[in-house]
Design a protein around this ligand. Structure first.
Ligand code: 2PG
Ligand code: MG
Length: 433
């Protein structure tokens, strides 16, 4: 048995310079696991709470209470438990916080603890984390197809443009390694185009170029130009993926694109996105409508669900019940998996399982506030999620996740790359076959 000997926690700092929670778990045999909680900026209303101290110090963002909750409340309950039994460990954490949003302990406290136990259990078995995850949940591991941001926007770029993530995917690549190479070319081609226009103004929170555009659509046009400048034909090997993050600029079925000074109802928003789907090689679109606009999301899925991947992020918040409702309503056809949205590994794995069982695709995702923690690379491989969203192609808290996948590729073999299988229902699958 791999009994937990100690659980300790400390305050560390994330990629935005904000405090966050790091947890260390030591087992009786000396095995060790460590994990750090990430933090979102465009957060869904129904996600697990990040417990912060409030007040004026550190802009209210300190995590002293969350750290103490790990040390004083969660740790003593977990000591002596079997780290291999992730379900019981997470149930013990949940029993300490029956609130629907982990507001008593803090989702930042629970996620770092739950993930650190997962790491310690893998260390005890002397296997990589991805392999432990695959064994625990019974999936066939594979290297994911990355979604990589070229321009940031929305809450990650001072709302300079309304749309949050302008990304590419390279389903036509033969390996994960080749995705990195092609993405490098597109990313720097985009930077060159911006520089030539005198529009290069730094980078956004996730490493994408700062979105110095006159309209949201200009970002799409520039992305297509960058793909071409990189020597690729848009819609062939390289395709576009968007995170609209519509809850950030819409509520109650009304949306306001500040950059265009345009306000519209849900139906007009759906029409606008539909025009973009027709005009650009977009294969995946996240949160096209707001988290409080289920009828919009259902209508969008009815109209476009056969040709494009529709990801629920703020809309589903990695919550099993919300995924079940999405499946029965016909809203979305893909779930974004962010462990810190729900707060424990067990719950996130259950949500993943529910989505895949329903025939949906899934994307394991980072948050906009990240660290050197590479757990999500392993989760994506171990769950066989086939897609991974980490942010852009710059800044170490992003590159560390891509680089970890390259190391895993050395063990798994480059052929074990999920590009062909991922998104089998969508537009580009037809193009590639
Ligand atoms: C998202 C994420 C990552 P945040 O909306 O998908 O891009 O952003 O972590 O700020 O919620
Ligand atoms: Mg999102």
């Amino acid at each position: 048995m791999s009994a937990i000997r100690s659980v300790t926690a400390r305050r560390v700092w994330d990629s935005r310079g904000n405090p966050t929670v790091e947890v260390d778990v030591q087992l009786e045999d000396g095995s060790f696991g460590r994990a750090i909680a990430p933090a979102g900026a465009s957060r869904g209303r129904r996600e697990a709470t990040d417990l912060r101290d409030g007040g004026f110090r550190l802009r209210g963002k300190d995590v002293g209470r969350a750290v103490r909750n790990v040390v004083d409340t969660i740790g003593p309950v977990l000591v002596g438990m079997d780290a291999q039994d992730q379900t019981s460990v997470d149930q013990a954490i949940l029993a300490l916080d029956p609130s629907p949003d982990k507001s008593l302990l803090g989702g930042n406290a629970t996620v770092a603890t739950s993930m650190a136990v997962l790491h310690a259990a893998a260390a005890h078995k002397e296997i990589p984390l991805w392999q432990h995850v695959a064994q625990l949940y019974g999936y066939t591991p594979s290297l994911p197809l990355p979604e990589i941001q070229i321009f940031g926007g929305g809450a990650h770029a001072g709302r300079r443009v309304d749309i949050q993530d302008f990304m590419i995917m390279v389903p036509g690549a033969a390996s994960f390694d080749e995705v990195m190479e092609i993405t490098n070319e597109v990313y720097f081609a985009a930077g060159d185009i911006m520089a030539a226009r005198g529009a290069l103004a730094g980078i956004a929170d996730e490493g994408g170029w700062w979105p110095n555009f006159r309209s949201n659509e200009e970002a799409l046009e520039t992305l297509v130009a960058a793909i071409e400048k990189a020597g690729e034909k848009p819609g062939e090997r390289v395709v576009i993926s968007l995170d609209i993050a519509a809850s950030e600029f819409g509520s109650d079925g009304r949306y306001r694109l500040a950059l265009e000074d345009k306000e519209m109802e849900s139906g007009a928003m759906i029409d606008l996105l539909g025009q973009w789907l027709d005009a650009y090689p977009i294969v995946s679109i996240e949160d096209p409508l707001g988290e409080d606009d289920p009828s919009g999301m259902i209508e969008f899925t009815r109209r476009y669900g056969e040709r494009v991947q529709i990801i629920g992020d703020d809309y589903l918040v990695t919550n099993t019940a919300l995924v079940a409702k999405g499946v029965s309503d016909g809203a979305c056809n893909c779930v974004l998996i962010k462990v810190n949205q729900i707060g424990t590994v067990t719950e996130a794995a259950a949500t993943y399982d529910a989505a895949r069982t329903a025939g949906w695709t899934a994307v394991v995702s980072a948050r906009s506030g990240e660290t050197e923690d590479t757990s999500i690379s392993h989760l994506s491989v171990g769950l066989g999620s086939q897609q991974l969203k980490v942010g852009s192609f710059q800044r170490s808290e992003r590159m560390v996740k891509w680089n970890e996948c390259l190391r895993i590729q050395d063990t798994l073999g480059a052929h074990n790359f999920a590009a062909g299988a991922a998104l089998s229902k969508t537009w580009w699958a037809g193009k590639l076959n």
